[in-house]
Design a binder for this molecule. Structure first.
Ligand code: GRF
Length: 190
């Protein structure tokens, strides 16, 4: 798994995977910065790594080093959960379709880093969560699953995002379980 922030989605998956019946193990957690969420992995004794873009002169060189760290663990699936960097083709093409992302909007509506704020500012009455296969675009890959979340007129960005995350964490855990159990075949998602 790759994160950038607090890692509540990561934590949900770590907690779920702690049950041997879950069908998947979290092999490692990586980040682009010393993210708070890495503490969740440490709590479960899961290896962590940080590969900061600041240490590299190009995005491709950073991504190549990130990929080297990911491939060291030989994962069946890589999950981006609040990873706030655009991954270049040299990374994406080495892993997809076994590379998925969770995004807090009903894509294709509101792609990008401010999806929750954008939905509020657009006066939308509903938004939601999308889990999709990562391609070379920004939040444009083939959708695996979506759930709707109502927007209340008085919602702040933070309040709405927290409500979205409740649904998002459940959906991510269920989706990873289905992928592990081969109820979802990522190579068939178009
Ligand atoms: C999630 O809502 C994810 O969709 C978005 O950033 C948030 C990360 O939350 N890209 P957390 O770090 O998992 O709590």
């Amino acid at each position: 798994m790759l994160i950038s922030g607090g890692g509540s989605n990561l934590r949900a998956l770590l907690d779920a995977a702690d049950n041997p019946l879950f069908g998947a193990r979290i092999l490692a957690v990586g980040a682009d910065n010393p993210a708070d969420g890495l503490a969740h992995a440490e709590h479960y004794g899961v290896p962590t790594f940080v590969v900061s873009p600041n240490a590299f002169s190009t995005r491709e060189e950073w991504a190549a080093m990130l990929l080297e760290h990911v491939e060291f663990f030989n994962p069946d699936l890589v999950v981006l959960a609040g990873f706030m960097r655009i991954l270049p083709p040299n990374f994406v093409e080495a892993l997809t379709p076994n590379l998925i992302n969770t995004h807090p909007s009903l894509l294709p509506n509101f792609p990008g880093a401010h999806a929750v704020r954008d939905a509020i500012n657009a006066g939308a009455t509903k938004t939601g969560v999308t889990i999709h296969v990562v391609d070379n675009g920004v939040d444009t890959g083939p959708k695996i699953t979506q759930r709707e979340v109502e927007i209340s007129p008085e919602d702040s960005e933070a309040e709405l995002h927290e409500r979205i995350k409740v649904i998002e964490r459940e959906l991510l855990v269920a989706t990873v379980k289905q992928i592990a159990g081969k109820q979802i075949i990522l190579s068939e998602i178009k």
